[in-house]
Design a protein around this ligand. Sequence first.
Ligand code: FRU
Length: 484
Amino acid sequence: MSHEEKLAAANAAENKLAAELNLRWFPKYHLAARGGWVNDPNGFCYALGKYHLFYQHYPYGTAWGPMHWGHAVSEDLVHWQHLPEALAPSEDYDRDGCFSGSAIEHEGKLYLLYTGHNFTEKFGDDDHMHQVQCLAVSEDGVNFNKLGVVINPPEGFMHFRDPKVDRLPDGSFYMVLGARTPDNEGRILLYKSSDLVHWSEPEILVSAKDNDVNCFMYECPDLFKVGDKYAVATSPMGLKPDGIERNNPSITQWMYGTFDGRTFKKESELTEIDAGLSFYATQSCEAPDGRRILSAWMNMWHVAQPENTDGWNGAFTLPREVTFENGKLYQRPVREVEKLVTATEEIADFTLAHGSKTLCADAQAVRLQLALDPAKAEQSGISLGTSAVLTVDRQHGELTLLRTDKGLYLPRSVKIDPAAKLTLDVFIDTSSIEVFVNDGESVITTRIFPQNDRQLLAFASNGEAAFSSVKVSKLGNSIDRPCF
Ligand code: FRU
């Protein structure tokens, strides 16, 4: 079949799934495919007058399969429109999948750089594969023509994927790419080009031996400017847990430093971008006003995905603005989320001791903002029905998000100052919760799977806690779903 025929078949398959979705956990204001499996966000960019977010997509079922690129566009980062599938595996070099990559506008056209993937023995055998970097182009931002392979792997490299392209100040292009050396060391490679077609020999941007020797592969690397620094973000494989750090089955980290077009000098260690159970393969985009925005797969490998019986699987986090302030990287929900608000209720300040107070009787698609002074309470926080509890634990100096549904019970925590007042900005959707702590100092994102009880409560136990500046905003739909 030709690429066009493969795309037509993929669109038809997705329409079929979309028509039969069970919507009980389908997001109201987070982007998800109309049907089928998704993983990494790809090609997140502002190009040809719109934001584009492509994604790893299998439109024939709710488990991972030969990867296509799904495609959605937005004028404002919060209202999305689905477009037809952009890429489908169709050529010898991408026969088993169009793996992750990026997009960039150049001379009025939209270019996609992606990994062509082949299993060389049997489908799914990760020890026998061949990966190459490929180029595709579109004049209208909707229909893409494949231009073929532009980078072959260095001798002996098998895991070699996820090209992320951006511009240097002189207008030329750089690409970062995840790789695993033949002796199993993770590397981020750097390539350069002036035309996106011809690429330099690779240089080593990041080596696992300088960061975490256990890392055998850096998936989905990104290198982006933020303020007067550069940040490297990546999903390293092979890391070992250490206390509350690196506990997730799949981890995404970042560090900041300087980049002179050739060398990245780190000024911090790699740390987790999001402490929750559902954040992987982040990718950033530069907004036309210069803001650096990132999104991620709001799921990860090796975790329960109960929605896979519902005709869909996986979604994307809210777009977050990244800044570098006070020697730290911060992430905050993009200010455009205000456009989703349909009603707001302000709740007068209150104090609780051994008790709870209802903040919203049925929190479906809600933003909750508050300041919390744990004062003397041993534990205080908020809970959502029987599905999630967010607890400030003064004894341990931790803020913990606990998923309490049967079989999904797993806590994820960040360190906090137990004596200090903290602010929480919490986004609840049909099957997710994203918690921005202390104005974006840390974030915990976790998928949840509530049945009916969605009562949002504030609580305190063993002592008094004070809640102030409490605001509950209802959020509207952000996704145009033409076939529902
Ligand atoms: C990360 C990843 C990428 C790869 C893609 C395949 O989640 O494994 O490295 O390109 O997913 O779907």
